[in-house]
Design a protein around this ligand. Structure first.
Ligand SMILES: NC(=O)c1ccc[n+]([C@@H]2O[C@H](COP(=O)([O-])OP(=O)(O)OC[C@H]3O[C@@H](n4cnc5c(N)ncnc54)[C@H](OP(=O)(O)O)[C@@H]3O)[C@@H](O)[C@H]2O)c1
Length: 372
């Protein structure tokens, strides 16, 4: 079984790579896991390769119920997602691609991956193999966010459960990420491959990869607080986002990976959410303010999170309209399907987002300090 991981130097992908290479699951015995890494300068490439190899080696053996689970680890370099011919060529020699690269809106790159897996499916059939190539694709719950600008969802209309097929199917094709997601789901019939789409909400926590270990949304809220001396939210701040700890998310990827290997029919080509909690933007901002107040170097003008006026302050702080929505919408997902398959968000239950903020603040303060 040859598994290719795209985005392995990233926050989510690095954590997924670690989960897969270090897994004890018997389904992965004998697998080769390859990280496909974007080429940069020769020094950066050499440094990345050394780091990855010293963590994962060439071969790793873990044990489950006394049985050895032997896997091999490899690295391939490529020019990047823009080099679609090279990408397609690389992908066609793999059985399973896990795409966690920053590609939820990159249609040409996704089409190249699908063509590569489609070519693999054809050559498998020529060789008499029944193996069906698989794409496990990472999208995001931006696809279900509204434009509430801080207004609450009073009747739960913005909640999407992934087993509510009618509601998921009705998501407009014009929503962010949706064009790519529809192509990925449709590839099951057009390319005769298997596809799974993971749709993470706001992801938090310290990644287990070797390079980018921090997420985007919460660090953005924190940097804003550190720069302006107050934690802020847009409008009433009552709209909510679901969240998941990155380690739980990586376990969800691993869970699905093992499922598609041992029982592919139990996994469908619809959306798979993964979440363990939900907070409003006001609650997240107040959590940042509380964590900042406990941290000695932070001088706060206000210990109470402050509302940004929609038509003035919010536009100044977030000039980009899409970014404004990412910090003021409802994006409420319910991961029913993967829970039914046996996944539980254990880290998120121990360290919910509200309790992870002090750690992230400390990191962001150190980062600012080291860049001064
Ligand atoms: N973090 C979240 O809260 C969250 C939530 C939902 C969905 N998502 C989605 O999940 C995906 C991964 O997110 P992340 O937070 O892990 O991002 P990240 O830490 O920025 O990692 C992005 C990864 O993609 C690679 N990449 C970016 N552009 C590339 C290109 N042109 N060619 C080749 N590789 C490229 C990066 O490689 P280099 O190291 O070479 O730059 C890195 O490995 C994104 O599509 C994101 O939108 C994230």
């Amino acid at each position: 079984m040859k598994i290719l991981v795209l985005g392995a130097t990233g926050f989510i992908g690095g954590t997924v790579l670690a989960a897969v290479v270090e897994a004890n699951e018997q389904e992965l015995a004998g697998a080769t896991v390859t990280a496909l890494v974007r080429r940069q300068s020769s020094e950066t490439d050499a440094a990345r390769e050394t780091k990855l190899r010293s963590r994962f080696g060439f071969e790793s053996t873990s044990k489950t119920a006394g049985k050895a689970v032997k896997k091999s680890f490899n690295i391939e370099f490529f020019a990047g997602l823009e080099a679609i011919d090279e990408l397609e060529e690389i992908v066609r020699s793999y059985d399973i691609v896990i795409n966690t690269a920053d590609a939820c809106d990159d249609l040409p790159a996704i089409q190249a991956i699908l063509r590569g897996l489609g070519a693999r499916a054809i050559s498998n059939r020529f060789d008499g193999s029944v193996t069906v190539p698989v794409l496990i694709h990472c999208s995001g719950t931006g696809v279900i966010m509204d434009s509430a600008l801080g207004e609450p969802d009073v009747d739960g209309k913005t909640i999407y459960a992934d087993d509510d097929i009618a509601k998921i199917t009705a998501i407009p094709p014009t929503n962010i990420h949706r064009d790519v997601d529809l192509i990925v789901a449709g590839a099951e019939s057009s390319f005769r491959i298997k596809t799974v789409t993971f749709v993470p909400p706001l992801v938090y926590g310290l990644g287990r990869g070797l390079f980018k270990r921090h997420s985007g949304q919460i660090p953005g809220l924190i940097r804003n607080c550190l720069a302006n001396g107050q934690a802020e939210f847009i409008g009433k701040g009552l709209s909510k986002w679901s969240n998941v700890h990155v380690v739980d998310l990586a376990q969800a990827f691993l869970h699905i990976l093992c499922r598609v290997i041992c029982d592919p029919d139990s996994v469908d080509n619809g959306y798979y959410f993964a979440e363990s909690g939900e907070l409003s933007w006001k609650e997240m901002a107040q959590g940042v303010a509380d964590a900042a107040a406990k941290n000695a170097p932070v001088n706060l003008k206000s210990k109470i999170a402050v509302s940004l006026q929609l038509e003035t302050d919010a536009k100044i702080r977030f000039p980009n309209e899409l970014a404004r929505h990412f910090y003021s919408s409802n994006s409420r997902s319910r991961a029913v399907k993967i829970r039914k398959l046996g996944w539980t968000p254990s880290v998120g239950n121990e360290i919910p987002l509200s309790e992870d903020l002090e750690r992230e603040i400390q990191y962001q303060i150190d980062l600012i300090g080291s860049s001064n």
